[in-house]
Design a protein around this ligand. Structure first.
Ligand code: ZN
Length: 255
């Protein structure tokens, strides 16, 4: 069965990502540049965005068994590699992820999904049977701008440390895809945070989550789960104890 078209995605999917960039109150303070995170050899040696797309398509087919439509047109080459790496790291841990598309929107992007804007790095659209990830070329197409914004997000405590590279963005979006197939997973994440905040004697759950993970994780239960689970996958033991507790409950919430 072929995946739905991008136009069908625009009409049918429920879009999530709550103003990832604009709602960061410190977004205009520029941080220092980060170095690129490591990507697997098959992606590092891909010489064009089209080759990165082919590698990602092949790896996703072998990991998940699914045919995924991949087109990161308008993306910087290294950023495309990093987005692909993040998606694959989560797919390897959660091969039940139901993804049908990886695309781009904005100037030079592969879809007309959304009017060009600067408010999100990416969007995940959830459908009834599968999900789609769209990266914003305002960032994906301008590596310097994107890396400055991401580094700043980490420096001000908006994202955990894995959020300093595009690997983190790809992984974060892919956790939303996994959660779409696990209806109880996000509520389990929230319940875990509530219990942990009480045990820690924090005055509010928001305060505990903000200090342990980051500001974006306090937005809602979907972002809480995406931030915690992606940070554990990318940073392992360096992720916070709360993120590990959330990961364990998310992992158990199979249905
Ligand atoms: Zn998100």
């Amino acid at each position: 069965m072929s995946p739905p078209t991008a136009a069908e995605d625009a009409a049918n999917l429920l879009w999530i990502e709550v103003e990832d960039v604009r709602s960061n109150p410190h977004h205009d303070q520029l941080g220092r540049f980060s170095s690129a995170d490591g990507v697997r050899a098959s992606l590092a040696t891909a010489a064009s965005v089209g080759e990165v797309d082919s590698v990602l398509r092949g790896e996703l087919k072998s990991i998940t068994g699914r045919d995924v439509d991949v087109n990161q047109a308008g993306s910087d080459l290294q950023i495309a590699r990093e987005h692909a790496e993040g998606i694959l790291r989560v797919a390897e841990r959660f091969p039940d992820a139901r993804l049908h598309r990886v695309a781009t929107y904005g100037p030079g992007g592969s879809s007309q999904l959304h009017p060009p804007d600067t408010s999100q790095y990416a969007l995940t659209g959830k459908g009834t049977s599968s999900s789609a990830i769209y990266f914003n070329t305002h960032y994906a197409g301008n590596a310097d701008r994107y890396r400055q914004a991401m580094e700043n997000d980490v420096n001000v405590g908006w994202h955990p440390k894995s959020g300093h590279s595009a690997v983190g963005t790809g992984a974060h979006e892919m956790v939303h895809v996994v959660a779409n197939g696990r209806p109880k997973a996000e509520s389990a994440a929230r319940a875990t945070a509530q219990t942990a905040a009480k045990q820690a004697g924090a005055s509010t759950v928001k305060q505990h989550v903000g200090r342990s993970i980051g500001g974006y994780a306090t937005t809602n239960k979907a972002e809480l789960a995406a931030e915690a689970v992606s940070d554990v996958i990318l940073r392992g033991k360096a992720a916070s104890p709360l993120s590990h507790d959330i990961f364990d409950q998310f992992d158990r919430a199979q249905t």
